[in-house]
Design a protein around this ligand. Structure first.
Ligand code: ADP
Length: 798
C-alpha cells in the first residue's frame, strides 16, 4: 500500500511535469489522442509509470529507495525487490569510487543546492557500465522535503554514437587538414566558412579568410560562370548528390592566378543550413603542361603545314592517310581526292614501284631508309625527283600503324647538279686544254696539281711535277719576287701578274708572266693557284718593235735635223730670191714685159709657199724641241679676233664669204702669247675659207665657262670624214693630198696649232659632217692664264 501511495504521488508529479518534459509529453499525447477517457484514470498513470522507458526512482531523505518502476529494474538489471528499501549508494549501481561524491551530491540536493540534471556513469548488476542522464527533483509533502525523485535515462547508445560522430568528424577534419586538396566550405552567400590549411600554398592563412567573400580571390573572368554554377546548384538543377565539376582560378597573395579543378556539392551543416562544399585540386602545372602540349602540337602542325618538304603518312597497306599542303602544291592533287588511295600505283612510275614497296615493307619492320631518291608523277604527268626519309609510325601501345615519309623535292637541285657537273667538265677541259700553265701549290710551294700545258712549259711530266717545289723551276734571281708573291697569297690577296722566268728541265730559260689567287677551304687559305703564260715570243717581238722604234726615232731625228738645217739654210737664199723678185716686179732694175711680169708673179707665189713651208717646219721643230718662245701678254680677246678678221678679210672678199663674230662679253683678258694664239686662229680661219664654197658664211664664237675660254670657227664647207678627223692633227696629213696641196698647204698648220694649244694645257678638236661643214674648237684654261698673271704681277712688283 505504501508503495501504491507513493506511486500515486509520482503519477501526480508526472502529470504536473508533462508540460515541461518534451519526451514524456509526446508519449502521453499519443495516449491522450487515442484513449481520452483512460487518460484521466489512475490506471492510465500507473500504466504509464510502469511502461515508460526511463527509470523512475524515489529516494527518501536518508537515501533509501522508496519506489521504482519496471524500467529501473530493467536498466540496472536488479529486481524491484533488490532495489526497494536499499540505500541508493549501496546497491552496486553507483561505482564504489563515485560513492562519496554522490553522497555529497545527494546531501546538496536535499539542501536545495544541487543541479537538476546529472550525467553519471553507473554499473548494472552484470558490472556493465551505462551512461545515464538523471533528472533529479525534490519531493515535497505539506511544503516539507520528504525525498528525491530521480528520472534516469540510459544514454549509453546516444553517447556512443555522439562520440563516434565526434570521432568521425575528427577523422574527416584530419583528412581535410592534411590533404593537398583545397577544401572550402562557403555559405550560400559565398563567404568562407572553412578553408583547409592547403590554402597556405597560395600564401594565405585559413583564419584570415574565414568570413570573407570567397569571390574576392576568384579570377574576374571566372566569376560569371561560377555564379551561374552556384545558382544551378542551389536551385537544384544538379541532381541531388551529384557533384558539379568545374575549373576556376584563384589569386595567390602575390597576385598570381592558379588554376583549380573542383567538385562542388550542396550539403547541410550541423544546424541543417545549406553550405557549399568544394574540393579543389591545383592544376596550374597540369594546365601549363597541357598548354605546352597544345603549343607543341600547334607548332608541329604549323611546321607540317608550312614546311617546304613533303610530309606523307601511309597506313600499313601503303594507302594514303594524310599529306601536307606542300605535297598538294607539288603533286597538283588535293589530299581529299587522294585519301585512302594506294600510294604506289597512284604516284610512282611503274619501274620504281617494286623497289619502293620493298623499302616500305622494311620501314614497317622498323628498318628506315634515309635519302632514297625516286620520282613521283604529278597530276599533270610531270615527274618530280624526291629524296625520301621515312619513319615507322606506332600507336601508343607500340603497334605499327604505318609509315611517315618526309620528302624533299630535289628536281631543281638534280638539274643544277647536272649543270654543275657539265660546267665543271667544261672548266676541266678548259684548264687541261689551255696553253697557259695552271698549277696549284700548297703554302710551302709544293705542286699539288698541274695541267697539261705545265708539262710542255716546264719539260717535266705530270708525275715528275706533282710534289715538286716550284723553286726548282724558278731561276735563283727570281726567288725574292716569287717569295713576295707567295706571301701576298698567304694573306688572302691576289697575286697580280708579274714577269718572271722558268728554268725548264732541259735548262732552257723561258720568259713568263705569272699571277695567281689564294685557294680557300673552310675559310682557310690552303694553297695558291698559279697561272703562267709563256711570253718568250711576245718578249722577242716587243724587243724587235723596240729596236725598230729606236731605229725610226733615229731616222726621225735625222729627218728633223735635216729639215731644220735645210730650212735654216734655205731661209736666207729664199729671202734674197723674194727680195730680188719683188725688186724686178717693181721694175726698179728696169722695165719688164707683161709676160715677164706674169712669170715673175708665179715665181713670187711659189717662193712665198716655200717661205711658208720653211717657217712651218721651223715652228714644228721648235715646238717639238721645246725651243719655241712664248711671250705672254695681257690680251683682249675681242680685239685680237677683230685684228684676225681684218687680216683675213681680203681672202674672204675674194670668195664673197661673210665672217660673223659672236664674242661673249664676260670673257676676261687672257695672259697669252697673242701672236701664237693668233697663228692658231688664222690657220683655222684660213682652212675654213679654203674649204668653203663662194658666198658662204663663217662664224667665229668665243665663250667662257667656269674653267675655260672656248673658241669655235664654224664653216659650211665640204666637211671631214669621221675617220680622218683625228688624223688631220698629225704632221703633213691632208684629207685629200692631191687637191688640198693646190690650196697651198702642206699639212702642218693644225699640227702646229695643236702643239701651241697643248702648251697652254688646252684642247683642240673638230666636229664635222661631210658636205655640211666643220666646227674647229679649242679651249684655253682660265687657271693657267691666271697663274701666269700672278707670276707676272710678282715680276712687276719685283
Ligand atoms: P694644210 O696646210 O694642208 O691646210 P692643215 O694642217 O691646216 O694643213 O690641215 C690639214 C688638212 O685638214 C687639210 O689639208 C685639209 O685636208 C683638212 N682640213 C683642215 N681644215 C678643214 C676644213 N675647214 N674643211 C675641210 N677640211 C679641212
Amino acid at each position: 500500500m505504501v508503495h501504491m501511495n507513493k506511486e500515486s504521488n509520482i503519477v501526480k508529479m508526472l502529470r504536473k511535469k508533462k508540460k515541461r518534459s518534451g519526451i514524456i509529453f509526446q508519449d502521453i499525447t499519443d495516449k491522450i489522442k487515442t484513449e481520452e477517457q483512460f487518460e484521466n484514470s489512475e490506471e492510465f498513470y500507473k500504466n504509464l509509470y510502469e511502461h515508460i522507458p526511463d527509470s523512475i526512482v524515489t529516494i527518501n531523505l536518508k537515501g533509501y529507495i522508496t519506489s521504482c518502476n519496471t524500467a529501473a529494474s530493467s536498466i540496472f538489471k536488479y529486481s524491484k525487490n533488490d532495489l526497494l528499501g536499499k540505500h541508493f549508494s549501496k546497491i552496486g549501481i553507483i561505482r564504489v569510487k563515485d560513492i562519496p561524491k554522490y553522497l555529497r551530491v545527494f546531501a546538496a540536493i536535499l539542501r536545495g543546492k544541487g543541479t537538476n540534471l546529472y550525467e553519471i556513469t553507473v554499473n548494472d548488476r552484470d558490472g556493465i557500465s551505462h551512461i545515464v542522464e538523471s533528472h533529479i527533483s525534490l519531493i515535497k509533502k505539506n511544503n516539507k522535503i520528504s525525498g528525491v525523485l530521480a528520472i534516469t535515462r540510459d544514454i549509453t547508445d546516444r553517447k556512443k554514437s555522439k562520440e563516434e560522430l565526434i570521432e568521425s568528424q575528427k577523422r574527416y577534419r584530419l583528412i581535410a587538414e592534411n590533404t593537398n586538396d583545397l577544401i572550402i566550405i562557403t555559405d550560400t552567400d559565398k563567404t568562407f566558412r572553412y578553408v583547409s590549411p592547403s590554402i597556405k600554398s597560395l600564401g594565405y592563412n585559413p583564419d584570415e579568410l574565414i568570413g570573407k567573400d570567397s569571390f574576392s580571390l576568384l579570377h574576374p573572368k571566372d566569376k560569371k560562370s561560377i555564379t551561374f554554377m552556384l545558382k544551378q546548384l542551389i536551385i537544384g538543377l544538379y541532381k541531388p548528390g551529384m557533384n558539379s565539376c568545374f575549373e576556376y582560378r584563384l589569386r595567390d597573395k602575390s597576385g598570381i592566378y592558379h588554376s583549380f579543378e573542383a567538385t562542388t556539392k550542396l550539403v547541410k551543416d550541423e544546424s541543417g543550413k545549406h553550405v557549399i562544399l568544394s574540393i579543389s585540386r591545383d592544376i596550374t602545372e597540369q594546365k601549363k603542361a597541357k598548354e605546352m602540349l597544345q603549343y607543341e602540337k600547334d607548332f608541329a602542325e604549323s611546321i607540317i603545314k608550312t614546311a617546304q618538304a613533303i610530309v606523307l603518312v601511309l597506313d600499313t597497306q601503303g594507302c594514303i592517310v594524310n599529306f601536307n599542303p606542300y605535297m598538294e602544291e607539288i603533286s597538283g592533287y588535293a589530299l581529299t581526292e587522294m585519301q585512302g588511295k594506294d600510294w604506289f600505283t597512284t604516284f610512282l612510275p611503274k619501274c620504281d614501284r617494286k623497289h619502293i614497296r620493298n623499302l616500305f615493307q622494311k620501314a614497317l619492320n622498323n628498318i628506315q631508309t634515309r635519302g632514297n631518291m625516286n620520282s613521283i608523277v604529278t597530276k599533270n604527268g610531270h615527274k618530280r625527283e624526291i629524296e625520301w626519309y621515312d619513319k615507322t609510325l606506332k600507336d601508343a601501345q607500340g603497334n605499327v600503324v604505318g609509315v611517315l615519309a618526309i620528302g624533299q623535292d630535289s628536281t631543281e637541285r638534280k638539274l643544277m647538279e647536272k649543270e654543275l657537273r657539265q660546267s665543271e667538265e667544261k672548266y676541266r677541259n678548259l684548264i687541261q686544254n689551255t696553253k697557259d700553265s695552271i698549277v696549284i701549290i700548297d703554302l710551302k710551294g709544293c705542286v699539288k696539281f698541274a695541267n697539261k700545258a705545265s708539262e710542255q712549259m716546264t719539260g717535266y711530266t705530270l708525275s715528275e711535277g706533282v710534289g715538286m717545289n716550284v723553286k726548282k723551276i724558278t731561276p735563283f734571281n727570281y726567288w725574292p719576287k716569287s717569295y713576295k708573291a707567295l706571301q701576298k697569297a698567304k694573306k688572302g690577296e691576289d697575286i697580280p701578274y708579274f714577269e718572271s722566268e722558268i728554268k725548264r728541265k732541259d735548262g732552257k730559260i723561258l720568259q713568263v708572266e705569272t699571277g695567281g689567287q689564294p685557294i680557300l677551304k673552310d675559310g682557310k687559305i690552303v694553297g695558291v693557284q698559279i697561272i703562267t703564260r709563256d711570253i718568250t715570243e711576245r718578249k722577242n717581238s716587243e724587243e724587235k718593235i723596240k729596236k725598230q722604234n729606236t731605229q725610226l726615232k733615229k731616222l726621225d731625228n735625222i729627218k728633223t735635223n735635216f729639215l731644220n738645217t735645210t730650212s735654216h739654210e734655205l731661209r736666207t737664199p729664199v729671202a734674197s730670191i723674194k727680195g730680188y723678185i719683188q725688186m724686178l716686179l717693181k721694175q726698179t732694175l728696169g722695165e719688164i714685159t707683161i709676160e715677164q711680169k706674169k712669170a715673175l708673179e708665179v715665181i713670187l707665189r711659189n717662193t712665198n709657199r716655200l717661205d711658208n713651208l720653211i717657217e712651218n717646219i721651223l715652228d714644228i721643230s721648235r715646238l717639238e724641241s721645246g725651243t719655241m718662245k712664248f711671250i705672254p701678254e695681257k690680251t683682249d680677246i675681242t680685239k685680237m679676233i677683230k685684228e684676225i678678221i681684218e687680216t683675213m678679210q681680203i681672202m674672204a672678199d675674194l670668195k664673197k664669204i661673210k665672217i660673223d663674230v659672236d664674242i661673249q662679253k664676260e670673257i676676261p683678258d687672257l695672259i697669252i702669247d697673242q701672236e701664237r694664239i693668233k697663228q692658231v686662229l688664222i690657220n683655222i680661219v684660213d682652212n675654213a675659207l679654203k674649204f668653203s664654197a663662194n658666198n658662204s658664211i663663217i662664224n667665229i664664237y668665243a665663250t667662257v665657262n667656269k674653267n675655260n675660254v672656248l673658241f669655235e670657227v664654224q664653216d659650211f664647207g665640204r666637211g671631214i670624214p669621221i675617220k680622218k678627223q683625228k688624223k688631220i692633227f698629225e704632221k703633213f696629213y691632208q684629207v685629200d693630198a692631191g687637191t688640198d696641196r693646190k690650196f697651198g698647204g702642206v699639212g702642218l698648220g693644225l699640227t702646229i696649232s695643236k702643239e701651241i694649244i697643248d702648251f697652254y694645257g688646252g684642247q683642240i678638236w673638230v666636229d664635222s659632217t661631210i658636205n655640211k661643214g666643220s666646227s674647229f674648237k679649242f679651249s684655253l684654261p682660265l687657271q693657267t692664264t691666271k697663274d701666269i698673271e700672278d707670276d707676272l704681277q710678282k715680276i712687276y712688283v719685283a
